[in-house]
Design a protein around this ligand. Structure first.
Ligand SMILES: [Zn+2]
Length: 176
């Protein structure tokens, strides 16, 4: 069902075999995503690893309807590529003994957005230091992620997130 829904979006991906790694870490019902269909052209997705299918489905909708459309409206250019900082990683939430959503491939870290016109808007440099439009764009896409994902963390949350947006399917609307 989930894979069929992703195929229907026109995104490019390969299904991945399940891997149960023990210690609360697993890649199950996951895909390797390479591009998301935008309104006019495909959005490349770089540096992403395995993502659990339901999480990928939300990410795909956000990339098209949240990110690409916001870029056209606010910055006057479609998005060419979303640069991630990874997805699956067998690790705990920093400073805790609790497994991160990354440990089950249910979280993605997003660092930057590259536009068709060549501009690169990155969370680290542009959240506070970008032009007025770049700062607005980053806040709009952060907010639209909050409407779709259960948990979204960015630079205003803590310094661990100064250079990326962490999005995950779990949680009940925790948005910082
Ligand atoms: Zn993260």
């Amino acid at each position: 069902m989930c894979l069929a829904a992703i195929t229907e979006t026109g995104s490019r991906y390969s299904p991945l075999p399940d891997e149960y790694k023990g210690n609360g870490c697993a890649i199950a019902r996951a895909i390797q995503l390479s591009a998301v269909r935008g309104d006019a052209s495909d959005l490349g997705i770089s540096n992403i690893g395995p993502v659990q299918c339901e999480t990928a489905k939300i990410f795909i909708a956000w990339a098209r309807f949240g990110v690409d459309r916001a870029a056209r409206k606010i910055l006057g250019s479609p998005v060419n590529r979303i640069e991630t900082m990874g997805s699956y990683s067998c690790r705990n939430v920093a400073g805790t003994s609790r497994r991160s959503a990354h440990a089950t491939a249910q979280a993605i870290d997003i660092g930057a957005f590259v536009l068709e016109d060549g501009r690169r808007i990155d969370v680290y440099g542009d959240w506070s230091g970008g032009t007025r439009e770049e700062r607005e764009f980053l806040r709009v896409v952060h907010n639209s992620a909050c409407r779709r994902f259960g948990t979204v963390l960015g630079p205003d949350y803590n310094s661990d997130h100064r250079d990326h947006f962490h999005v995950e399917i779990g949680g009940r609307g925790f948005c910082r």
